[in-house]
Design a protein around this ligand. Structure first.
Ligand SMILES: [Zn+2]
Ligand SMILES: [Zn+2]
Length: 469
């Protein structure tokens, strides 16, 4: 494989690690206020405007070649998480475990010490999206979410539920922008007739369709495809942790990200990135293609029975990687079965998703009662009316129980909740050239849609990240 050229934009602070002093009064206690949505000096109350990060391209359509923020650089496995800083207030040596925090207070003079420059362990990103939702707003969201799911909730959970201990966490993500030229070729079907035919006393529905060769050539720019960059979080199918709910609260308003400063993290928890660009490339390229495929659906509406793409070529001519910390309020609860349940709140949009542990015994019991009621109704019918009704009732009884059970479990567990990046990622299609040709006419089709249509498929979701060798 040819070595590609990558332009690295240095987003690291040039200052040395140590204190970030307030230019007004010299105090080191500058922290982020969720209420004011600003960095603020806790002594003289000077407020600081957030800084824009320089050198990062805002518009995907302006990209040429591959650009990466210096915060995305590969993690050095030998990099030490423990960094010793000399306090400029009193000269003491203070140790920071950068795996957990990039700020620490000097235990002698109370000066706040920060990691300013990027280090090789993935703890310092290029940009940060500060918390906008205050803790009490998040507590309300979480309480509302749980209140709606109390009836079948695990009883210990109901007893212990409190939002006192929710945590504000900055999770690591990669924001990927791309500009690409694409050419998709395949076949599409357009319905021309729908009719019913009587065959052996039965009415059957048939369809006639025109079959076309479909070709779409286009330019596309994709903005801020957002992907988790911590391997634990990327594992959305985990049975021990309901990680998918953290994925499901996307998207974030990533266009409002600002230049990273350790001060934003004071009072919050953070999780450092542990995967590199190289591990994510394959998955990201698949997701970009998914975004393009779904964008193209606006341009193939004539093919109401679907399109089967046989060739999907997407040449990425510009790409940008930016490492970001995005804010989440997190409630967690470990059920007796050792599954870790979360309720997560997007600390920008308030979007809430969660998993509530269930009392499966109670749900099972209620399901049985429902089945029993329907069954007894069926038996009563048998004695009074035609026998035919019995089989209908039996059938209803048989399916009602499992449906009820399934609907309830999914409302509590939300195992299928996910971020629909293929639809929610911002994109712009331009220069679309359509080249279609009628090639066939099919009659008496029994299915209402094209059987092997794949224009709504996604593949990136199921592409695993590459393991480190
Ligand atoms: Zn000050
Ligand atoms: Zn000190």
């Amino acid at each position: 494989m040819e070595e590609k050229e990558v332009k690295v934009v240095n987003t690291s602070n040039e200052e040395e690690h140590g204190t970030n002093r307030c230019p007004q009064c010299g105090a080191s206690d500058v922290t982020y206020s969720t209420k004011k949505k600003k960095l603020i000096c806790n002594y003289c109350y000077t407020e600081f405007e957030a800084e824009e990060v320089e050198g990062i391209e805002k518009e995907a359509k302006n990209l040429e070649g591959e650009t990466r923020g210096s915060g995305t650089k590969d993690i050095d496995k030998n990099a030490n998480d423990i960094i010793t800083l000399k306090c400029s207030g009193c000269g003491a040596e203070v140790v920071i475990n950068t795996a957990e925090a990039t700020n620490a207070r000097c235990h002698w003079c109370r000066s706040i010490l920060s990691i300013n420059a990027q280090i090789d362990n993935g703890a310092v990103p290029d940009v940060v999206l500060p918390f906008a939702l205050e803790k009490k707003e998040a507590q309300e969201k979480i309480t509302q979410f749980v209140e709606k799911r109390k009836f079948f909730a695990n009883s210990t959970f109901k007893k212990e539920f409190t939002t006192d201990n929710i945590m504000g966490v900055y999770f690591p993500y990669m924001l990927v922008d791309a500009k690409a030229h694409g050419k998709f070729i395949g076949e599409g079907e357009h319905e021309v007739r729908k009719y019913t035919v009587k065959k052996d006393d039965k009415e059957e529905t048939y369809y006639d369709a025109d079959v076309y060769k479909v070709e779409r050539e286009f330019d596309i720019s994709i903005d801020d495809l957002t992907i988790e960059s911590n391997s634990d979080r990327l594992n959305k199918r985990s049975k021990e942790r309901t990680n998918n709910v953290i994925n499901a609260i996307m998207p974030f308003d990533t266009e409002n990200c600002v230049k990273y400063k350790a001060n934003y993290l004071a009072g919050f928890s953070s999780e450092k990135r542990d995967v590199n660009v190289g591990n994510m490339e394959e998955k990201v390229d698949q997701e970009l293609k998914d975004v393009a495929r779904h964008a193209l659906n606006q341009k193939i509406k004539f093919y109401d029975r679907g399109v089967r793409w046989d060739q999907e070529k997407l040449d990425i001519t510009g790409k940008q990687w930016v490492a970001a910390y995005l804010p989440v309020w997190l409630y967690s609860y470990q059920d007796p079965g050792k599954t870790l349940h979360y309720v997560a709140v997007n600390a920008r949009t308030g979007e809430t998703m969660g998993s509530v542990p269930m009392n499966k015994g109670k749900l099972f019991l209620i399901t049985i009662i429902i089945e029993a009621i329907i069954l007894s109704l069926a038996i009563l019918t048998k004695n009074t009316e035609q026998f035919k009704a019995l089989s209908v009732f039996l059938f209803i009884a048989l399916i009602t129980g499992p449906i009820f059970y399934g609907v309830k479990s999914s409302k509590y567990r939300n195992a299928g909740a996910r971020h629909t990046y293929e639809r929610e990622t911002k994109q712009e299609l331009t220069n679309v050239i359509e080249n279609d040709k009628l090639i066939d006419h099919e009659t008496e089709l029994t299915s209402s849609s094209m059987l092997d249509a794949n224009n709504d498929q996604i593949y990136g979701e199921y592409t695993k990240i590459k393991e480190e060798k």
